[in-house]
Design a protein around this ligand. Structure first.
Ligand code: ATP
Ligand code: MG
Length: 366
């Protein structure tokens, strides 16, 4: 899986710019605020996912432009396809593949990318939101069904939250509360199965990488935590649905009192353990970094197992944050697929990886 060529128009700080990438390593360097991350963002969007920086497509459009677009020739499963994303203000994005209109979700699996940024190094120590994002971003790329469930869930969640917040001023709102809860329970039941299965694959892929990385010393485990009444997250959706309804019913009054949504999978987490101890509570900074790297590299392996090809790996400024040993570990593992690495100075990365160097300056790529 790779991006052969990308053309940006009115996208972030790019006016009109084209780049042709190498199949292996591409090193994108340049000073701060020139457009390096913007370029990775454009590539990431080809997966059909939301941007890793914003939920709002309008922010992707150049400040002085009415619309923005990303046009790319992508090679996937031996086929070359042309993907075009058109972003317009106040309208949904338009996606076409080889000229035919598609939904964003339909890009799932066709083009996959794993992004690795310095924030990911805090994956272990951060709040649960970062780990949910990891699950959502990955599963959305692999399963079109999940992406639409997630969108439905977010809409229902917003509605339910509004009711819980405003019901005192407007008691008539309450008549719709149970309907939204029920919708959430139905979505949740299906999403939980996806997340549980992803977590299982993640632990299977990350454990051996982490073992290698720690010189055989540490054992990494990842387990999925969801709504407490769910006894088996891999059970049939109907069973999970009933258990979620029970949890909602038990918390209905508390939610009304608190004025917020207290129960649901927007609180899910991945519990990460090193040698059986919670990494979030006990891991040292170095251990947490190593575990985060193992998890991100594992994500790449899962995508490979799923689609038969390595996803495009986007390393945004991450190498400068790593010590020499960890840099080597990462660089030794990126073979086999296409990689885009950003950095402020070349830092010998091109020499160490044999990669081609692109220089980004003020929205121009050379
Ligand atoms: P750093 O090394 O600091 O990470 P970078 O090269 O990765 O820098 P980018 O994050 O790609 O920089 O951003 C480059 C510039 O793009 C920023 O100065 C930002 O103001 C600008 N920018 C962001 N969004 C838009 C937009 N919608 N229209 C025009 N410019 C934008
Ligand atoms: Mg950047």
């Amino acid at each position: 899986m790779r991006v052969e060529r990308i053309a940006l128009s009115g996208f972030r700080n790019y006016d009109e710019e084209t780049a042709v990438f190498e199949p292996a390593v591409n090193v994108i360097c340049g000073p701060n605020a020139q457009g390096k991350t913007n370029l990775l963002e454009a590539v990431y969007l080809l997966t059909g996912a939301h941007s890793f920086r914003t939920r709002f497509d309008r922010e992707l459009i150049g400040f002085d432009c009415d619309w923005g677009s990303v046009l790319a020739d992508v090679e996937s499963a031996g086929r070359s396809q042309t993907v075009k994303l058109l972003f317009r203000r106040d309208q949904r994005r338009q996606v076409t593949v080889n000229g035919a209109k598609k939904t964003s979700a339909a890009l799932a699996g066709m083009m996959t990318a794993v992004l690795f940024s310095p924030d990911d190094l805090y994956l272990i120590k951060e709040g649960a939101a970062a780990r949910r994002r990891l699950m959502d971003n990955a599963i959305c790329q692999l399963r079109p069904g999940y992406a639409s469930l997630l969108a439905d869930y977010n809409k229902l969640y917003e509605n339910k939250t509004r009711i819980l917040k405003d019901w005192r001023e407007k008691p008539s709102l309450l008549s719709a509360l149970d309907e939204f809860s029920d919708g959430l329970a139905r979505c949740s039941a299906r999403m939980i199965r996806y997340r549980a299965s992803f977590a299982e694959r993640l632990t299977a892929a990350a454990a051996p990488i982490h073992r290698d990385f720690s010189g055989g010393r540490e054992k990494l485990d990842i387990s999925y935590k969801t709504v407490s009444t769910v006894t088996d997250p891999r059970a049939p959706a109907e069973e999970i649905y009933a258990q979620i309804c029970a949890h909602q019913a038990a918390h209905r009054q508390a939610e009304l009192d608190a004025g917020t949504c207290l129960t649901g999978i927007h609180k899910d987490d991945l519990e990460i353990a090193l040698d059986g101890m919670s990494a979030r509570s006990f891991a040292s900074q170095g251990q947490a970094r190593t575990a985060a790297l193992s998890i991100k590299l594992a994500e790449r392996e899962i995508f490979k197992a799923e689609t038969g090809e390595y996803p495009v790996l986007l390393l945004d400024d991450v190498l400068s944050e790593l010590d020499a040993a960890r840099q080597e570990f990462v660089l030794n593992r990126i073979g086999g697929g296409q990689t885009l690495i950003t950095c402020c100075e070349d830092e010998n990365i091109s020499r160490r990886t044999g990669g081609r160097v692109f220089t980004v300056k003020d929205g121009h790529i050379r």
